[in-house]
Design a protein around this ligand. Structure first.
Ligand code: SF4
Length: 422
């Protein structure tokens, strides 16, 4: 594939391989597998590249991408060449930005989802009038009977229950555009995206942030959208996500001979990623890895007998723990987070969730969790950082609602500090 000149750290853009993001430990290079799937050979190569050019870890993003961290700027160009050789690089930055589609990882060959997502991708890449779309504008394609995708970050969700009829649901809306065919659904999707780009350009012209669909939506928006013949607004088959803790699938065996495996805190050593790819290769056929938006991969075949660092147990407490990269990976971080989160996971009572945030931005979990620990700014840099303990809240919960403040060392030595006082 031809490559355009890459640019680093474009603020507000959804980063990709061509538009990596600068961070405290080098560049973050986000690889978007075509329709969320890597062949076993591609997965193996990505693992090799993470070891050769990155820090040896692979991250799974909430948009079903894989991320390499710690890439030196000088290594970016050879990394792009290697990704291009695997068919894992877009032709240019525009295509990279537009190709933001999360496909339900549980798609089956005959359910129409993969074909629908591919047709959507081709339609979007070939469409005019989409310049100026809000940053991170994205799509999700799934079935209404598997609403786990309802809580995935997306501006427009396309639902298909029977392989023929489609609904387009703008984020946050209880109404959806019912379409009699995939062709009409694609036409309606482009109408929605063009409307969104127009709104975003207008807001930018007024010096405002372009916003996401849920914010741009007004009561009269549906009347402004030209609908293709046969399409109409009706109640969406899936209600809009209400912000409650999303219900995610759990690791283990799933229909179709597939296995879900979770990466602890969304990160997995490249060696474990490679071992999984090799196990799929050894089974023969064309089994691959589907990247999910839930910090998991769906292996199209049995995983290796030794899963390594992958979580294969649906009851593993680390499934209830979130942590951002923290220091030194993020230059806004007030403290390291990962070791604290891993150290506390085993002490969480059943059902309790924990979010450890390096600052109040709370990137790892936008919603409320049972417990949150948020690093605090202090006058002097502390080798043993201070965290605010928050009950049933987010990382940005105001100080008046903090339950207590504890040093990281105290929390690790006395995990009982997390428990609510009687
Ligand atoms: S929550 Fe703060 S420290 Fe953590 S990744 Fe986001 S900006 Fe960085």
């Amino acid at each position: 594939m031809p490559m355009s000149n890459p640019s680093f750290a474009i603020k507000g853009r959804c980063p990709g391989a061509l538009q990596p993001m600068a961070s405290g430990d080098g560049l973050i290079v986000r690889v978007r597998p075509p329709l969320g799937r890597l062949s076993a050979a591609q997965a193996l190569r990505v693992a090799e590249l993470a070891q050769q050019y990155g820090n040896g870890m692979i991250e799974l993003s909430t948009r079903a991408n894989v991320q390499l961290r710690g890439v030196a700027p000088a290594a970016h160009a050879p990394l792009l060449q290697a990704l291009a050789a695997q068919g894992l690089l877009d032709a240019d930055a525009r295509s990279e930005s537009l190709r933001c589609i999360v496909l339900d990882p549980f798609w089956q060959p005959d359910d129409g989802l993969q074909a629908g997502a591919l047709a959507l991708q081709q339609a979007v890449l070939g469409a005019s009038g989409l310049d100026g779309l809000p940053p991170k504008f994205g799509w999700a394609v799934g079935q209404p009977q598997r609403p786990a995708l309802a809580s995935v970050s997306a501006d427009v969700r396309l639902w298909c229950a029977d392989g023929q009829h489609w609904w387009l649901q703008p984020d946050g809306q209880a109404q959806a555009i019912a379409c009699p065919s995939l062709d009409t659904a694609l036409a309606a999707a482009l109408a929605l995206a063009r409307w969104c780009a127009t709104q975003a350009r207008a807001r930018r012209a007024q010096g405002q942030h372009p916003g996401r669909v849920a914010r741009l939506w007004q009561a009269d928006t549906p009347q402004q959208l030209p609908l293709p013949p046969g399409c109409r607004w009706q109640a969406s088959p899936v209600p809009p996500h209400d912000g409650a803790a999303p219900h995610h699938p759990t690791p283990g065996a799933h229909p179709g001979g597939h296995w879900l495996l979770a990466a602890p805190l969304g990160r997995i050593p490249a060696a474990d990623f490679a071992r999984l790819a090799q196990a799929l290769q050894a089974q023969g056929g064309d089994a691959g890895l589907r990247i999910t938006p839930w910090r998991m991969v769906l292996a199209e075949g049995a995983p290796p007998a030794d899963a390594g660092r992958w979580i294969a147990d649906a009851h593993d407490p680390r499934l209830r723990v979130w942590a951002c990269s923290g220091a030194p990976g993020c230059d806004q971080a007030l403290a390291p987070t990962l070791a604290l989160a891993e150290g506390l996971a085993a002490h969480l009572p059943p059902g309790v969730q924990l979010h450890v945030a390096g600052c109040a931005k709370g990137c790892a979990h936008p919603g409320a969790t049972t417990l949150a620990l948020c690093a605090q700014a202090e006058a002097a840099p502390a080798s043993d950082p201070l965290f605010a303990l928050i009950d049933q809240g987010r990382a940005d919960t105001p100080a008046q609602a903090h339950r207590a403040y504890h040093r990281a060392s105290a929390l690790l030595a006395q995990p009982a500090l997390l428990q609510c006082p009687p």
